[in-house]
Design a protein around this ligand. Structure first.
Ligand code: CA
Length: 228
């Protein structure tokens, strides 16, 4: 398909050629056979060759234009794909275990206390702070969190996954009839930038762990970002 600009270009060239024919005919009017001269001037010789050459040039230009258009479409597609890999999908993921060294009980404390999972396995985006145990979202989105708890052999254990200081899900176990049990819980949560998530050990409760088997762990990652 010719574009409007291309059609205008071809029309102008044809008009120029016709005008050239008319001038040529007017100049050679005194010749013996004017009709034969007109035909010869208009449809044969250099004028016809010029029109043919221009038509061929336009066709070549159109072909090149089509090639450029195809390349542009491919480039736009690649840019979209690259955006989806980098800017389109922020990367947030972490996983940590409670003990970096040694073993034993954590707790009891007089007040509800965030657990500090200090052995960091991964922390892409640095949204998790092992010094406080608190995950603070830097990307608005849907997140998955999961934690596990190991019961102490000499006390009850009660923990909760907390969002902005409010209980979401919990794990509870006693050591009265059987100890050293484990439990876990998980949640998918929508987070705004600045929202916090952590695991809380309740006052006067304790949990048991070590740095070899890492029974107590806290994991979270961004499922997908949400529009700001
Ligand atoms: Ca138990």
């Amino acid at each position: 398909m010719h574009t409007a600009v291309e059609r205008m270009y071809i029309t102008t060239m044809l008009k120029t050629a016709v005008l050239f024919c008319l001038i040529n005919w007017a100049v050679s009017e005194e010749q013996v056979d004017p009709n034969e001269t007109k035909l010869s001037s208009c449809f044969g010789g250099s004028v016809a060759m010029t029109v043919g050459a221009l038509t061929e040039k336009v066709a070549n230009l159109m072909d090149k234009l089509s090639q450029v258009e195809t390349k542009l479409q491919n480039t736009e597609k690649e840019v979209t794909e690259l955006k989806s890999i980098t800017q389109g999908t922020p990367q947030v993921a972490f996983s940590a275990a409670l003990y970096e060294t040694g073993q034993g009980n954590t707790g009891p404390f007089n007040v509800d206390t965030p657990l500090k999972y200090k052995k960091v396995f991964s922390n892409i985006g640095n949204n998790y702070n092992p010094a406080t145990g608190i995950f603070r979202a830097t990307v608005k989105g849907m997140y998955f969190f999961r934690y596990s708890m190991h019961n102490s052999h000499d006390g009850n254990s009660v923990t909760s996954l907390m969002k902005n200081g409010v209980c979401v899900v919990s794990v509870w176990d006693t050591s009265s009839s059987d100890s050293l049990d484990m439990g876990s819980n998980a949640a998918v949560l929508p987070l705004e930038v600045g929202d916090t998530v952590y695991v809380q050990l309740y006052a006067n409760r304790k949990i048991f762990g070590d740095n070899d088997y890492n029974y107590n762990s806290f994991t979270g990652f961004l499922l997908f970002a949400l529009k700001m």
